[in-house]
Design a protein around this ligand. Structure first.
Ligand SMILES: [Fe+2]
Length: 188
């Protein structure tokens, strides 16, 4: 079976393996868009976010810094802001798509559906082999209960960061708090 192909922007810097990941993420958001019956315009927004999100994932730090210097962010998180800046410079005007790409590694409280679906697909796409049955079950639930799955995926990602003694940034906490805001089941 040939590797899935994906429409990458001309400025992309990706390995073949990365390109295959991007194609799987795009296929997953397209599947959810079809299952949810969203408009063609909305489905296209999700697909553009997927195509763009890792387009600079394999670019060297100096290229990333040229697009969008990131100050205090660790260098492995620069590719999202850099790809967002590159996309904007090359004609992308949809703020939701740009924010989906910019914050895809960390989460963002201000996301619309493009950011939320990209975040889910990036984590649940079928090329990620660890704990595959659980990820497949989560992916299957997305069209029916996207909010619940988004909370579960975000909790898993935060737990991973904590378990591996990684810093958890402000964007991620604000995103988490936005997902549980209004939940009155807290026993506090
Ligand atoms: Fe990705």
């Amino acid at each position: 079976m040939s590797a899935p192909s994906v429409a990458l922007p001309a400025w992309a810097v990706v390995t073949p393996a990365r390109g295959a990941h991007i194609a799987r993420v795009e296929a997953l958001v397209a599947r959810w868009a079809a299952e949810l019956g969203v408009s063609a315009v909305e489905a296209e927004r999700w697909r553009r976010a997927a195509q763009l999100h890792d387009a600079l994932r394999d670019a060297p730090a100096e290229v990333l810094a040229r697009y969008a210097p990131q100050g205090s962010w660790p260098v492995n998180l620069w590719h999202g802001p850099a790809a967002s800046a590159a996309a904007e410079r090359n004609g992308e005007t949809d703020r939701g798509v740009l924010d989906a790409v910019r914050y895809h590694s960390v989460g963002h409280a201000g996301w619309d559906e493009a950011g939320r679906m990209l975040f889910l697909a990036d984590y649940l796409e079928p090329g990620r082999s660890h704990d595959r049955p659980a990820l497949d079950a989560l992916a299957a639930r997305v069209p029916g209960e996207p909010d619940a799955v988004l909370r579960e995926v975000t909790a898993r990602r935060i737990a991973w960061l904590a378990h591996h003694a990684k810093p958890i940034g402000k964007d991620t906490w604000e995103f988490w708090n936005s997902l549980v805001a209004g939940d009155s089941s807290s026993s506090r």
